[in-house]
Ligand binder design. Sequence first.
Ligand code: ADE
Length: 349
Amino acid sequence: MTERIVTGTAREEDLSSEGGLRPRRLDEYIGQEKVKENLSIGMEAARQRGEPFDHVLLYGPPGLGKTTLARIIAAEMEANIRVTSGPAIERPGDMASILTQLAAGDVLFIDEIHRLGKVVEEILYPAMEEYSLSWVMGKGLSAQSINLKVEPFTLVGATTRYAMLSPPLRDRFGTVYRLDFYDQPAMEAIVERSARITGVPIDREGVVEIARRGRGTPRVANRLLRRVRDYAQVRADGSVTAEVAAKALALLQVDRLGLDELDDRLLRTIAEKYDGGPVGLETLAASIGEESDTIMDVYEPYLMKLGFLARTPRGRVATKLAYAHLELDYPAKLDRQQPSLWEGDGGGS
Ligand code: ADE
């Protein structure tokens, strides 16, 4: 995959720095107000009853704080957390071993839970439902099924793809929360907090500028802040102002809305090569030389949030807003055609 500065997916450089910036308790966590309030009520109730917190599924684009929330849940419940991911648990035995090693109240965090294999996933069902695990010992005629006990635990699952989760797994979560892109005030508060923690001198306008280009994604904003800090140190007097931030980010080819040349290429391809669309995901992926999963999980959510791209039953479409952003003329024929692309909503405009 191309290394992008604005990807929400964790990059090597984030791993060392995110630890120190990660909020540890719910009251330090900025944004996602509804999710926070619901979690807070649920955890309080579970604590009062002396029970583990109900299994939670968190979904949404990368970089919005799913892992952070899982760690916060463990901290608030005064529990230990065990962190793993769907692709890391290859065999049923791996899953059985993880589950039987959990202590009472532990939080098990499974990132990319939609990538668990079916057989591995099935081990989870009875564990989630009744804290038990059925395991087949031996083979053929001498095979015996034994039931193992699992301590009461909380599963926190995270995924970028809610639709790829199997219905039986989905149904076993007590609550499901969708994380949304952060709004501008929340992004500003996050940039301000990160600058304070890392000791970066920054003025109000500098905060606003970085927040605006951070794609509603804390991980991206924190990464931009590090790059702007470097620029400020080498090309200015070390303090971050709006001007310093704008110059540094222009040099990194991150535009006013946080779009980079890959977003630009994707939108331009739809607009120029496919006359605004609709174009199928696979065709688009081949045209720009990027994986379709990456386009779907990483590029599209933010472009859709901006209203630049729409998914229709017949493929991807670049919107009028996208044409305006790209400074391209919106073809008159699209004005007439596009409303009818949305089948099932009456085809209205
Ligand atoms: N750093 C990254 N995400 C954050 C959040 N949601 N709140 C506070 N600091 C953060």
